[in-house]
Design a binder for this molecule. Structure first.
Ligand code: GLA
Length: 380
């Protein structure tokens, strides 16, 4: 039976059709075989904030409906979200490599080609392909590969967002080199929740697996630590700063899951911060890593184009007030960030020029509990 009619039978067409809406640029050069996602994907996704609420009678403003997605799309246009990365709005859709999606709706197993073709006919630009309801690890691997090939065969440019390694880990270590050949980004770890505990656990997983995952990321293929929950309920201001700064350091897809109709000016400014987004979207496309952890302060760094570096200092101590932390400039950027000197700008929590620093200097910063100071070091 054709996928379209299967879905119609479930009375789920609208929700599926509008299940996610994304926005990103089209690259000029080809990297992987589909030439997409040369910088991390950016956009909006309903899942964390709105989940699978289909009760439009009781909750007309927050149920998954055409209205919700069209309202978000209109706000992306009118409230400057699109300008951040101004190549126009694109459409994403969600499906699953197995027999059912995680929420129990029909999966694509056995129908990869017809589903890929249907999505292409509908004008879909991104497929988020989940990994629930697979009966074996072979099914999982083969399914993710087959869907990648099926998408390519449609001839339409469709970004392929996988969860392959997340579902692989319980069986065996994922082969990231292979995954990169098939996917434009891939989820490694559990779903993000609207909480500091969740954001913290994603950062901890990423740093403890960085040897395995950092080098594989680059133009065309990215590690995906899941959605930004900035602008919701669970994170304090400092924790929202930490999520934005570290998602930039990690070269992560920036997929917001929030309610753009009700977002504070502060959260909006953070999400639209052009300097921080420029770090995330840096064309060199190298993912950052945790450099060290000392006394509950983590130092992360990311090499950028033009010999610049981004440095993030996270204060993980959850007792007491702001803490002072002094770093030696020579310890940053593999010793190369400031030879003989560099210009340092603090980007978060607020922007200020810190001035010129020499290779031999120290830099003292003040970091709020669970907050982050994000710096950009520019070669002179
Ligand atoms: C899984 C994914 C999430 C989300 C839900 C939807 O849990 O990891 O990102 O797509 O399914 O059911």
């Amino acid at each position: 039976m054709k996928l379209k009619s299967r879905v119609l039978q479930q009375g789920f067409l609208l929700a599926l059709r509008f299940v996610s809406l994304v926005l990103w640029s089209f690259p000029g050069a080809r990297a992987l075989d589909n030439g997409l996602a040369m910088t991390p994907t950016m956009g909006w996704l309903h899942w964390e904030r709105f989940m699978c609420n289909l009760d439009c009678q009781e909750e007309p403003d927050s149920c998954i409906s055409e209205k919700l997605f069209m309202q978000m799309a209109e706000l992306m246009e009118s409230e400057g979200w699109k300008d951040v990365h101004s190549k126009g709005l694109k459409l994403g859709i969600y499906a699953d490599v197995g027999n059912k999606t995680c929420a129990g709706f029909p999966g694509s197993f056995g129908h990869y080609d017809i589903d890929a073709k249907t999505f292409a006919d509908w004008g879909v630009d991104l497929l988020k392909f989940d990994g629930c309801y697979c009966d074996s690890v072979e099914h999982l691997e083969k399914g993710y590969k087959r869907m990648s090939l099926a998408l390519n065969r449609t001839g339409r440019s469709i970004v392929y967002s996988c969860e392959w390694p997340l579902y692989m880990w319980p069986f065996r270590k994922p082969n990231y080199t292979e995954i990169r050949q098939y996917c434009n980004h891939w989820r490694n770890f559990e779903d993000v929740y609207d909480s500091w505990q969740s954001v913290k656990s994603i950062l901890a997983w990423t740093s403890s697996n960085q040897k395995r995952i950092v080098d594989v990321a680059g133009p065309g293929g990215w590690n995906d630590p899941d959605m930004l929950v900035i602008g919701n309920f669970g994170l304090s201001w400092d924790q929202q700063v930490t999520q934005m700064a570290l998602w930039a350091i990690m070269a992560a897809p920036l997929l917001m899951s929030n309610d753009l109709r009700h977002i504070s000016p502060q959260a909006k400014a953070l999400l639209q911060d052009k300097d921080v987004i420029a770090i995330n979207q840096d064309p060199l496309g190298k993912q950052g890593y945790r450099l060290r952890k000392e006394d509950n302060i983590e130092v992360w760094e990311r090499p950028l184009s033009d010999l610049a570096w981004a440095v993030a200092m996270v204060n993980l101590q959850e007792i007491g007030g702001p803490r002072f932390h002094t770093i030696s400039i020579a310890s940053l950027g593999q010793g190369l960030a400031c030879i003989p000197d560099c210009m340092i700008t603090q980007l978060l929590p607020e922007k200020k020029k810190l001035g010129f620093y020499q290779w031999t200097s120290d830099l003292k910063t003040k970091i709020n509990p669970t907050g982050t100071v994000l710096l950009r070091l520019a070669a002179t």
